[in-house]
Design a protein around this ligand. Sequence first.
Ligand SMILES: [Zn+2]
Length: 153
Amino acid sequence: MLKRPDMSMSKTELKQMAEKIGLPNNGTKEQLIEAIDSELYDCVHAEPLLYIYGCKSKTRCPDESKIQKLADLFKRSQKGLGNYDAKKNYEFRTTNNRYMGHHVCSCGERSSSCDYLLPGNKYFTNSLCVHYLECHYDDINKTELAKLDNLLK
Ligand SMILES: [Zn+2]
């Protein structure tokens, strides 16, 4: 959810970003960037998987083994914070579990307040990933299904 800080950002934006990740919000733009960047330093480059919004279907994945495999991987995932707004630099930080808010599915199911890095470090996801396969399979687009196949192969 956080993009990498750079000089194109205003000082106010940088200050807000520092506050968001629990850093002091003082100093020059350069200092703020350095502090934020080092906080983000040990992040993993992974892609977001199964962030599905506005579910309408009530379908279950016809392949039960896929649901089971994803559930097994999810159990072994690592909690953290994923950046899935970035156009290019998808990142996942495993260093802390700061509260980033819940997502509520259209059916009322609530996510946890963090993201999860799946084993293999290729994808990060949210706590509703298995729910989407169980309850909203037809809302998962082709891109996400391809990623899922790649993960489970
Ligand atoms: Zn739902």
